[in-house]
Design a protein around this ligand. Structure first.
Ligand code: SF4
Length: 269
């Protein structure tokens, strides 16, 4: 049993606390009335230092019923729902219910996409061939050392790119276009030009599209966003190297829609 409680709303987004039967709470966001971002775990074990969702570590993964329950509860409020993205609290590949959930979404005529830090690698490989409408791999680094800092419990950078380089050619052209890399710019962490250039070289070799995200600060982290000028300069730098790059949409730039800002609250004992 899943209950949605609206906690914040703007002209574009509605943000919900997702109350689970055991008393734990995660979050979901409805973007523009037709796209729902759902959570896959209570907390997260990956430990990205800029992220509120994993600030207290992992409590447990969500069940299939808890994943579908978020969608069904949101659809009662937004009958125009067309897309679902597993990009909220948690690492989707640490949730065994992910693949059955993707099949369930397809059966419900909802286009499902996933954002993942990429590990475990065997599950990433399987996901790329699963019935998704998009996979975004959160990279956030161009060198191994910054990757370890930005995504501490995610797969190492070389392993991640080696797996992608093997799997992408096995996909059809149209499926390859549904795979993208994400780079969340965080001041002082990964915004140095040399780091961006190292990431760019890897992304160009892979031929992958890139989502370049602006960071929204959260109270659980001392990390800061980059200035708008630096963000736009990075966009131009990546584009100039020949990459197809998308910036954060206005819906995701809002405080209630940004990457890493959703929260998981443990059950009070
Ligand atoms: S950004 Fe994603 S993978 Fe990293 S700690 Fe947060 S929820 Fe987990």
């Amino acid at each position: 049993m899943v209950r949605l409680r609206e906690v914040e709303a703007s002209a574009q987004n509605r943000r919900f606390a997702v109350e689970l039967a055991d008393g734990a709470t995660v979050e979901a966001v409805l973007y523009r009335g037709d796209s729902l971002c759902v959570s896959s775990q209570v907390g997260c074990a990956v430990g990205c230092p800029f992220c509120a969702s994993g600030a207290e570590g992992l409590t447990r993964p969500l069940t299939l019923e808890e994943l579908t329950g978020q969608v069904e509860a949101a659809r009662a409020l937004a009958p125009g729902l067309r897309r679902v993205t597993v990009s909220g609290v948690g690492e989707p590949l640490h949730t065994r219910a992910l693949e059955p959930f993707l099949h369930w979404c397809r059966g419900e005529r909802l286009a499902p996409s996933v954002t993942t830090s990429g590990g475990p690698i065997p599950r990433l490989r399987a996901l790329l061939h699963a019935p998704h409408n998009g996979v975004t791999v959160s990279v956030h680094a161009g060198t191994a050392s910054v990757r370890r800092e930005a995504v501490p419990q995610g797969p190492p950078l070389d392993d991640l790119f080696a797996a992608l380089a093997e799997e992408l050619p096995r996909l059809s052209r149209s499926r390859q276009r549904k795979v993208a890399l994400a780079y969340l710019m965080v001041a002082g962490l990964n915004d140095a030009p040399a780091e961006l250039d190292a990431f760019t070289a890897r992304a160009v070799a892979l031929g992958a599209r890139v989502h370049l995200y602006a960071y929204n600060p959260v109270p659980t982290s001392a990390h800061r966003p980059v200035e708008r000028d630096a963000y736009e300069a990075a966009y131009a730098r990546l584009r100039g190297a020949g990459l197809k790059v998308a910036m954060s949409s206005s819906a995701r730039v809002e405080d209630n829609g940004g990457c890493g800002t959703l929260v998981a609250i443990r059950r009070a004992r």
